[in-house]
Design a protein around this ligand. Structure first.
Ligand code: HEC
Length: 252
């Protein structure tokens, strides 16, 4: 009995610690995602729009070191489309027979282009702040893709009495509220090929979907495997139950 009460107290403590940790910092609203949950799959159209936002806006400052052009297969592009997308960029290759490095059109196996030669160059043009690599950002930040949406839509005038230092911007969800990144998307920052209206909310949701895919490219395969395992366990349970009934029948 005592140990049971002890256990209950432990569970209670863990729960309250959990809520305390969760209530730290500003609230990050949970968005609706097609890739949420056990049967979740990525919204291909949103992924493609999100890649467009990354390519046309975010990639000016943020690298995605883990991404190769062939990974765009996962957003629904076919081989020819991936080749064409890759060829829009140049990759340094070499050395050639003269010992020189040279530029050539990128291939599907090449990595995404880096916006800056190195971190110091990135800091130099961003007022000393380093734009983080976005490959795993949807995993590295509490709230994941919900945080990305909240951040991109969280720019606001500072509350009265709060002064924003030169080169900084007020953001409701960024820790400490002062962020070196200026609001990167305004309405119609991109023109979507599928005719979707490019509002800030829409672009934020789309690019966050793309970043979620980049951080968890195997999510759909994992979910599919999970469903198969559940089906298998279901069938197995049925068989075991039938076997048990059969074995015990003779004993009554
Ligand atoms: C002009 C350069 C620039 C562009 C364009 C830009 N960013 Fe940033 N971003 C930055 C900088 C600089 C920081 C670091 C801010 C800091 O630490 O104060 C940053 C930080 C971030 C962070 C991390 C915030 C955190 O919690 O640490 C995310 C996520 C992010 N940007 C997403 C994006 C997305 C998505 C886009 C495209 C829609 C984008 N950024 C476009 C410069 C840029």
């Amino acid at each position: 009995m005592r140990s049971f009460r002890f256990l209950l107290a432990g569970v209670g403590l863990a729960l309250s610690l959990g809520t305390a940790a969760a209530s730290e910092g500003p609230e990050i609203p949970h968005q609706h995602w097609s890739h949420d949950g056990f049967f979740g799959t990525f919204d291909r159209a949103a992924l493609q729009r999100g890649y467009q936002v990354y390519k046309e806006v975010c990639s000016a400052c943020h690298s995605m070191k883990q991404m190769r052009f062939r990974n765009l297969e996962g957003i629904g592009l076919d081989e020819a489309q991936i080749k064409a997308v890759a060829a829009e960029f140049e990759t340094t290759d070499g050395p050639n027979d003269d010992g020189e490095m040279f530029q050539r059109p990128s291939r599907p196996s090449d990595r995404f282009r880096m916006p800056f030669a190195n971190d110091n160059a990135a800091r130099a043009v961003n007022g000393g702040a380093l734009p983080p690599d976005l490959s795993l950002i949807a995993k590295n930040r509490k709230g994941g893709e919900n945080y990305v949406v909240a951040l991109l839509t969280g720019y606001a005038d500072p509350p009265e009495g709060v002064t924003v230092p030169e080169g900084m911007h007020y953001n409701k969800v960024f820790p400490g509220h002062m962020i070196a990144m200026n609001q990167p998307i305004q309405d119609d920052a991109v023109t979507y090929a599928d005719g979707t209206k490019a509002t800030v909310d829409q672009m934020a949701h789309d690019v966050a979907t793309f970043l979620a895919y980049a951080a968890s490219p195997h999510l759909e395969a994992r979910n599919a495997l999970g469903v198969k395992v559940m089906l298998f366990l279901f069938v197995l349970a049925g068989l075991l139950y039938a076997a048990k009934r059969k074995i015990w029948k003779g004993l009554h």
